[in-house]
Design a protein around this ligand. Structure first.
Ligand SMILES: [Zn+2]
Length: 105
């Protein structure tokens, strides 16, 4: 048999430990950073029409505009990598934003 899984208390404890480590990682800043995949970045930019959510510049206005994905509530303040906490900013606005919580609608 290729797959032998013995289900006992020791295995169960290992499993619980493994899962709790995963959950802790998911909630940690490093875990939240890891969720920030290139695919997610592209999705947020597409949602925001490649437009900076503070100054309104878009790659249509400036083809070389560098757009970045910003956490509205920073990870350092407990923000999560979820679509509703992410916005597209140009690099200039992102630099001037620092770690302030600021959302332009
Ligand atoms: Zn901007």
């Amino acid at each position: 048999k290729a797959y032998d899984f013995i289900f006992n208390i020791e295995n169960l404890n290992d499993l619980i430990e493994y899962l709790s480590k995963k959950i802790k990682f998911k909630k940690s800043v490093a875990g939240q950073r890891a969720l920030m995949t290139p695919k997610l970045r592209d999705e947020i930019k597409a949602r925001d029409n490649n437009t900076c959510q503070i100054c309104g510049l878009s790659t249509k206005d400036e083809p070389n505009l560098l757009l970045e994905i910003d956490h509205i509530i920073p990870l350092s303040k407990g923000g999560m990598t979820t679509e509703d906490n992410l916005q597209t900013l140009c690099w200039k606005c992102n630099r001037s934003k620092g770690s302030k919580i600021y959302k332009h609608i």
